[in-house]
Design a binder for this molecule. Structure first.
Ligand code: SAH
Ligand code: SF4
Ligand code: F3S
Length: 481
């Protein structure tokens, strides 16, 4: 591991700026990158203009992701050039899934970039940064040109620092990569094959996060419910087994997990929703389309009836569970009838929220070679679909008016100073309250709802001797609404 002694000026603190695109796993990775760089004197800032190291942690999932990265790099080039003129070596790094997919092409097109590294090699970042620092910028147009997009034998998790600070709700990557190869998706190519972290490592990280202030853990993985990590005894644990173990940790109020694939939604995991009080009644379970024909074309490996059955079982286990999904419109071959099937399925299930996207051809994926639908068709379908999903979300939120919801208070909004948190069902709630409520699990009386959020008031449980006592009930019961 790096020591700060070889840096050009080890006594000067340096500023790090990370711009994160994409999924929660990228957010987790960015956080770890910042922690990895602390021993080298880097302090995380929120402004690229005075940063000594700028990292773009990129996403390749949709649209012109690569082009967006290059235009952002074009803007950052100016900062780097200014630095060069003033004798400062501003380092520019491209990380994440575009870095993995494009590799050396990034340096070819943007030679001023110093570092390119993928999601599986960022534990080597301190060494890469030292190398780039020592090599110094060679000319106005040439950066250090260091590229590391391996899928190494060693796992990065063995090299990541432990957490000493944490947000109230903390991400924890437990599984990475994917072997499912859906026709449209780049993830198996950018994140590599499916791999689960060992149980002990996850428990250790969980305990550290909780000690550092986390009350909620969000277990992350591209296929999180395919989790099959090795326990101490050498046995493989499923996600439900892991969740039950985590639920034993004192101080952990809430557990969530994302993203799940319907094929990996086993009986034990469904039953955990009935039996583990800390497991929140919300599940993001993408189906992508309501058409059997399209599910087949997408290589999703199940049909609509299979998905509906899982939802029925989940609702039998946990009647108040709120459901979310991802939908893609305009995958090659999608007809009006296929789209109508998707609309029918959405009406049948009833989602509390969902994400929807126009199909976007990704280089190297099977569907990108097929005949494409027009953008106008995709836009029309997306608009219809989103209107329905927004209506469902709005009516779900409206049902919460005049109910009391347990809210984990996560942050104070800069915009209006209000506190915000989430209900068990993943809804955003904002309300006025004292700063000391941050990190607390409190009751909120919901008074208003919009499509995206709830607004409420702190519930005042008791009034005695002239003092108002906020309700601080840490143990969430089974019934929330
Ligand atoms: N592993 C998860 C999804 C990870 S990607 C799963 O299997 O559900 C997140 C979402 O991005 C996908 O669910 C899909 O809806 C969307 N997505 C992925 N590739 C896409 C593409 N090429 N075009 C449009 N949306 C895409
Ligand atoms: Fe992509 Fe499909 Fe794997 Fe999800 S399951 S990450 S959509 S290939
Ligand atoms: Fe994007 Fe990579 Fe996540 S492509 S969605 S950052 S796994």
């Amino acid at each position: 591991m790096a020591s700060s002694g070889v840096l050009e000026n080890p006594t000067r603190n340096k500023t790090l700026f990370i711009k994160t695109y994409g999924c929660q796993m990228n957010a987790y990775d960015s956080d770890k990158m910042a922690k990895l760089l602390e021993p080298l004197g880097f302090i995380l800032g929120n402004n690229a203009s005075n940063a000594d190291l700028i990292i773009l942690n990129t996403c390749h999932i949709r649209e012109k992701a690569t082009e967006k990265v290059f235009s952002e790099l074009g803007r950052l080039r100016k900062l780097k050039m200014e630095g060069f003129k003033n004798g400062r070596n501003v380092l520019l790094a491209v990380a994440g899934c575009v870095a993995q997919a494009e590799g050396s092409e990034i340096i070819t097109r943007a030679p001023y970039v110093d570092l390119v590294f993928g999601p599986q090699t960022y534990h080597r970042l301190p060494n890469m940064v030292m190398e780039a620092t020592n090599s110094r910028q060679k000319s106005e147009v040439n950066g250090a040109g260091i590229i590391d997009t391996d899928f190494p034998v060693e796992t990065k998790f063995d090299y990541l620092p432990t957490d000493t600070t944490s947000s109230t709700s903390a991400f924890l990557s437990i599984q990475e990569g994917c072997d499912k190869f859906c026709s449209f998706c780049v993830v198996p190519y950018t994140r590599g094959t499916e791999a689960s972290r060992p149980v002990e490592q996850i428990l250790h990280e969980s305990i550290n996060l909780i000690k550092a202030g986390a009350k909620e853990l969000v277990l992350l993985g591209q296929n999180v419910n395919a989790y099959h990590g090795l326990s101490k005894s050498g046995k493989e644990w499923s996600l439900s087994r892991l969740i039950r173990e985590l639920a034993e940790i004192d101080g952990l109020a809430r557990i969530r997990y994302t993203t799940s694939h319907p094929k990996d939604m086993d009986h034990e995991l469904i039953m955990a929703h009935a039996e583990v009080p800390q497991l929140m009644p919300y599940l993001h379970l993408p189906i992508q389309t309501g058409s059997d024909r399209m599910l087949k074309a997408m290589n999703r490996k199940h049909d609509v009836a299979f998905y509906v059955k899982i939802i029925e079982k989940l609702r039998a286990a946990r009647p108040d569970i709120a459901l979310s999904s991802d939908f893609i419109v305009g995958h090659p071959g999608e007809t009006d009838n296929d789209f109508a099937d998707t609309i029918r399925l959405i009406m049948e299930i009833g989602y509390s929220q969902a994400y929807s996207f126009k199909y976007s051809p990704r280089p190297g994926t099977p569907a990108s070679n097929l005949e494409q639908l027009s953008d106008a068709t995709k836009s029309d379908r997306l608009q219809t679909l989103q209107q329905l999903l927004n209506e469902q979300q709005f009516s779900f939120n409206m049902q919460c008016i005049n109910t009391s919801q347990k809210v984990l208070v996560e942050r104070r909004r800069d915009r209006d100073g209000r506190l915000t948190g989430r209900t068990p069902f993943m809804q955003n709630v904002s309300f006025d309250g004292p700063i000391r409520l941050l990190g607390e699990l409190i009751d909120i009386n919901v008074e208003q709802a919009t499509e995206k959020s709830l607004f409420g008031r702190v519930a005042i449980k008791e009034q005695c001797s002239g003092h108002l006592i906020m309700n601080k009930n840490y143990s969430e019961g089974r019934k929330h609404a």
